[in-house]
Design a protein around this ligand. Structure first.
Ligand code: ASP
Ligand code: MG
Length: 408
């Protein structure tokens, strides 16, 4: 049987209220009437997940973190609400439909509550329902572990549910419907000239997703491994969205694809620490032991055997990291300075791999705007600068026009 399965995912804002859910129900039925078998993944409605998290934190005594097993089951209910309501709405349009939880849909994960990874999908149930001509609505963001407990995939994880289902069901494309019209060269709220991109390759998209554009990075990784195209578009928009595909399918081959922005960045500097073999490791080990990841690292030239060691870290982790480092008795340093209010801006483009000079041009452009660069890091396809958050607007606007991203 030739697959006419189409996997679609609707994000939280697209189904923010009951009226929106009804509009989406109609869209899905239209797709069915066109001859497709829609397998639809939904997020929780609006801010439901945030509200559930807040409640879970309020219900515990003292500073105790909520139990992770219970929390996962709690959070999974958000997606169950939207899935069941959407199914009821579709049913009332006289269409055969069934909603399934992640567990009912056969989505198996590892044991890690709160950031579980999908290990396998048993498609038997889904295929049986499709065979009976039913539309499927599947609760995103969740699965079940081998103990039979419900797990969740981490914030934004419904994207990954959708791509994983597209892979398992051999769908030709995974359609992600959201509140933006596609992927832009940069944040259109910051640069009015920002342009919607028709095609982007997985590598560039991954960098954009990690550093700015909102998509669960694991979904892009998965799509790239199995070569499933992702189409991302506005839920209620008629304009064409962006297709995320393999490199060679790209329509245009611009060197720079876009500028990613990550605003919630802090910085820690450890002043005057002895520069011995193993120093960097002994600073970072206690942090990684607590699952705190750090990002750009700068270590300056030793003076009399001492160095300053700085790194960037997300705002979310800064206080914890600071406390942990301050509490390390075996670390001998003069002081630790922490600061917030930084942002990372990154020039992204697979085309930069074989084209030298982009870093220089970027630094010059920032210099001309009188913007100080605090830290720099590069990969083959990305150049990232840490700057003051107050400079983001002028920096990104300058770079966007410098690299002519407003032009096709
Ligand atoms: N509802 C979950 C969240 O808010 C998952 C998702 O939206 O993809 O993170
Ligand atoms: Mg999302």
């Amino acid at each position: 049987m030739k697959s006419n399965i189409v996997v679609q995912k609707y994000g939280g804002t697209s189904i923010g209220d009951v009226e929106k859910l009804k509009l989406i129900a109609k869209k899905i039925v239209e797709k069915k009437l066109e001859g497709f078998s829609p397998v639809v993944v939904v997020s929780a409605m609006g801010k439901t997940t945030d509200e559930l998290i807040e409640m879970s934190e309020k219900v515990t005594f003292s500073q105790t973190q909520p139990d992770l097993r219970e929390k996962d089951t709690l959070l999974s209910t958000g997606e169950l609400v939207s899935a069941t309501l959407l199914a009821m709405s579709i049913k009332s349009l006289n269409q055969e439909v069934i909603s399934l939880s992640g567990s009912q849909a056969g989505i198996f994960t590892d044991q890690i509550h709160g950031s579980a990874r999908i290990s396998d999908i048993n498609t038997k149930r889904i295929l049986k329902e499709i065979d009976q001509n039913k539309i499927l609505i599947i609760a995103g963001f969740q699965g079940v572990n081998t103990q039979g407990d419900i797990t969740t995939l981490g914030r934004g994880g419904s994207d990954t549910t959708a791509v994983a289902l597209a892979v398992a069901l051999n769908a030709t494309v995974c359609e992600i419907y959201t509140d933006v019209k596609g992927i832009y060269t940069t944040d259109p709220r910051i640069v009015s000239q920002a342009r919607k991109i028709d095609f982007i390759n997985y590598e560039d998209m991954l960098e954009m997703a990690v550093l700015g554009a909102k998509m669960h990075p694991r979904s892009i990784e998965l799509a790239s491994v199995y070569n499933v195209p992702i189409y991302i578009a506005g839920t209620f928009s008629e304009t064409k969205g962006t297709l995320i595909v393999k490199g060679e399918n790209m329509e245009n081959n611009k060197t720079v694809t876009g500028i990613a922005i990550d605003k919630n960045v802090s910085k820690i500097t450890i002043k005057k620490i002895k520069n011995d073999p193993g120093t960097a490791g002994s600073i970072l080990k206690p942090l990684s032991d607590q699952s705190i990841s750090i990002d750009i690292i700068v270590q300056n030239i030793p003076i009399n055997g001492f160095i300053d060691f700085s790194f960037s870290i997300s705002d979310h982790d800064i206080q914890r990291a600071y406390d942990i480092l301050m509490g390390q008795e075996n670390l001998d340093f003069e002081d630790i300075i922490k600061g917030s209010g930084f942002a990372k801006i990154s020039l992204v483009g697979t085309g930069m791999q074989n084209a030298p000079g982009y870093a220089t041009e970027m630094f010059n452009a920032l210099g001309e705007e009188n913007i100080n660069i605090e830290m720099i890091t590069t990969s083959e396809i990305r150049i990232t600068c840490l700057i003051n958050e107050k400079d983001v607007n002028s920096a990104v606007n300058a770079l966007h026009s410098k690299f002519e991203l407003d032009k096709e």
